[in-house]
Write a protein that binds this ligand. Sequence first.
Ligand code: SPD
Length: 368
Amino acid sequence: MMRRLLVAVAAAFSLAALAAVAQERVVNVYNWSDYIDPKVLEEFTRETGIKVRYDVFDSNEVLETKVLAGKSGYDVIVPSQTYLNRMIQADVLLKLDPSKIPNLKHAWPEITRRLATYDPGNAHAVNYMWGTTGIGYNVGKIKERLGTTPIDTWNLVFRPENLAKFKNCGIHMLDAADEMIPAALKFLGIDPDSKKTADIEKAGALLMQLRGNVKKFHSSEYINALAGGEICLVVGWSGDIFQARNRAKEAAAKTGKPAVEIDYALPKEGALMWFDSFAIPKDAEHVEEAHIFINFMMRPEIAARNTNFVAYASGNLEAQKFVDKEILNNRSIYPDQATFKLLYTVTPYAQDVQRVVTRVWTRVKSGR
Ligand code: SPD
């Protein structure tokens, strides 16, 4: 009798456990590293009951490889504009259901318009954050080496004799061919969006002259390296450099030592403007949850909390009401009209051109 009772109780328990598993709602998110306030994710789960499995990447190539291979397991991804466009062309993204994202009404029309160049009709993506690629630097170390010379110029990076001055205090560059080649072209006075093999080779030849001074080509380690004083110069992303500045200040507050002073400069010759946007892969398993996630992130207060944490401009216009004044008034994060004029955008490389870019970039990184 007792045994039968125990069996019945055990069966009831495992049924309840199975039901709980069946009801557990999940969304698998693949986003850039250092790109969200982690408390926002906790709040999302508290409010919706949907668990977030959150992975990070620091290169569009890595994201693209996983998504094009299929069955990535991700429900929400955050490609940059040209990669977004290639994914749309490869037909691996779902068309979003706007009725499930009512907070789309808060999107920034100017950013939505620019994104439409890559996502016609804005059918597949919603802008999360956007930013620029420029020069991050340790103010003290640069002053020591340059005196008062302005640092808002690509001359500092792309003239080998200038770059060599910073070799002994540490230089990083993004491991992002589609950003470093256009920046080199801009410096050379060539269209940064050029798809001509000869131009790409010219940019490669210039980068080859610089590579010996570069400690590392990497797209995320520079935040801590800059904050910790291990490097003094980086070609990197705007918000990441401001995060390095914040980390340096936090570390100084803890140790009582003076903070390493870090700043970001947009080169006056022109800098790349890019857009990272939410999208849903066609083979996502949790499409409903993915829409709920994107809608939550588009809530103005939430979008502003992310911007306040990562120091990138939000694609959400209404969020600006809640963005810290220090960030909103920083022209390198929220550019004014004059600053906007400095920014350029690029279009995707076709496959054959991409092969040239990859070959040139591999040579720059390996030196062979
Ligand atoms: N740490 C987050 C960095 C996000 C950078 N996105 C870069 C896009 C470049 N095309």
